[in-house]
Design a protein around this ligand. Sequence first.
Ligand SMILES: Cc1cc2nc3c(=O)[nH]c(=O)nc-3n(C[C@H](O)[C@H](O)[C@H](O)COP(=O)(O)OP(=O)(O)OC[C@H]3O[C@@H](n4cnc5c(N)ncnc54)[C@H](O)[C@@H]3O)c2cc1C
Length: 137
Amino acid sequence: MNMKNRMSSQHSSHAVVIGGSIAGLLAARVLAENFDRVTVIERDYYPENPEPRSGVPQSNQGHFLLVRGKQILEELFLGFVEELAEKGAIQVDVIKDWFVLWDYGWSQCFSSDLTTWNCTRNLIENVIRQRERVLSF
Ligand SMILES: Cc1cc2nc3c(=O)[nH]c(=O)nc-3n(C[C@H](O)[C@H](O)[C@H](O)COP(=O)(O)OP(=O)(O)OC[C@H]3O[C@@H](n4cnc5c(N)ncnc54)[C@H](O)[C@@H]3O)c2cc1C
């Protein structure tokens, strides 16, 4: 018996997540399967568009959506990657297209099946928020 069934027989269940960034929003998405209500407490105002906000100072940096993260987002939100691509994300092969200078020289580049997406972190978070229809007040 899951938490929702166990608790709904007597009381409604309520989960609270502190911090409504990518980790917090995804935690809320998973908790929503088991709790009647989920509240996310975030100290920033969410921008309407994919824009930086002060609570996430690294948000101006370009981000690679790492392969496992891409798989999990696609499981939680069907069509997530397609939506990112429609909004400007670029598909990359992380071995072939990613040049890294290590202590021992440049990384070897060759085609692989490790493909993922490059875009702003703001866009990833914005699409998650839209999928969850987060209300900001
Ligand atoms: C330069 C740089 C480049 C990076 N590039 C990549 C990359 O290419 N790929 C990748 O996968 N990762 C990358 N990362 C890492 C990635 O940005 C972080 O792992 C990710 O942002 C962490 O997300 P988070 O949701 O855990 O926390 P955060 O994004 O840090 O969010 C924390 C949230 O909690 C809120 N908060 C804090 N305190 C409170 C409070 N008291 N009450 C309420 N709310 C609060 C903040 O406002 C914020 O919204 C990079 C990081 C940096 C610094």
